[in-house]
Design a protein around this ligand. Sequence first.
Ligand code: FAD
Length: 238
Amino acid sequence: MERMSPLKKPEHYTATVTRIRKGRELQILNFECDRPVSFVAGQFLMLELPTGGQRGYSIASKPVADSSLELIVGNVVVGKGTQYLCSLKTGDQVNFLAPLGMFGFLDAGQDETFFIATGAGIASLRSIYTDRLSKGFEGRMRVVYGSRFEENMLYKNEMEALAAAHPNFTFENVLSRPSEEWTGKKGYVTDVLKTTNLNDGKKRLFFLCGRQEMIKDVREYLKSQGIPNEQIRFESYG
Ligand SMILES: Cc1cc2nc3c(=O)[nH]c(=O)nc-3n(C[C@H](O)[C@H](O)[C@H](O)COP(=O)(O)OP(=O)(O)OC[C@H]3O[C@@H](n4cnc5c(N)ncnc54)[C@H](O)[C@@H]3O)c2cc1C
C-alpha cells in the first residue's frame, strides 16, 4: 500500500468559490484554485481569515490533476472561521496554505479499514476512501458516519453508488436525532461499532475524524476491545 513520502512542502494558494451547497448544519464548498494543489488524501489546508488568524479545514475531495477542491464546514460552532466560510458567495476568493498533516498515512497489511466520522469529519475520510477506490484498492473498507439529523447526512447518494460499484466498500449512516420517518440506525457511531465483532483475528485499521468527544469515546471503546494504538488514527476538529 502507498506511503505518504516524501511530504510536500506547503505552499500558498488562492481559490475562487465555484459552488455552495447549504445544509442544516453543514455546508459543502467547491473551489477552483489558481493551480492544482498537490496533496495526499486526508491532508488539510490552513485557511487565512481576512480578519487575521487561520483555521484548518480537511480537503474533502481526492487528489486530482485539475485545480478543483472541496471543503465541508460545520456551522454549529460560530467563531471567526465558521462565520467567514459560511459568508462566502460564488465568485469570492480565499487564500490558504496546503498541504498539511499526515492523517492519510496508511499502514500495510490490514484486512479491513474502518472510516468513522461525525459531522464535517467525513471530509478527510471521503478524500481517503474515494482516492483508494479510484486507484483500485481492493481491501475491505467500511464507513460509519454519524449525524444528528437526516439533512446532515452528506454524500449519501455517492456512498450508495460507491457501494454498488465496489463490493469491498460498505457504509452505515447512524442518526442521533432522527425524524420519525427514519428507519435506519439510531444512536452513535459507537453503537454501530459495538455490533461488530472486533476480536475475530482480523487486523483492522481505524480512521476517526470529527469532534473530540466522539474520538475519545471511540478510542476508549477500541482500547477496551484490545485494538492497539498503532491501528487507530484520528484527526480531531476541536
Ligand atoms: C486538522 C483540522 C482539520 C479541520 N477540518 C475541518 C473541516 O473540514 N470542517 C470543519 O468544519 N472544521 C474543521 N476543523 C475545525 C476548524 O479548524 C475550526 O476549529 C472550526 O471551523 C471552528 O472555528 P471557528 O473560528 O468558527 O471557531 P473558534 O473561534 O475557533 O471556536 C469557537 C469556540 O468553539 C470551540 N470549538 C471549536 N471547534 C469546535 C468544535 N468542532 N466543536 C465544539 N466546539 C468547538 C472553541 O474551543 C471555542 O471555544 C478542523 C480542525 C483541524 C485542527
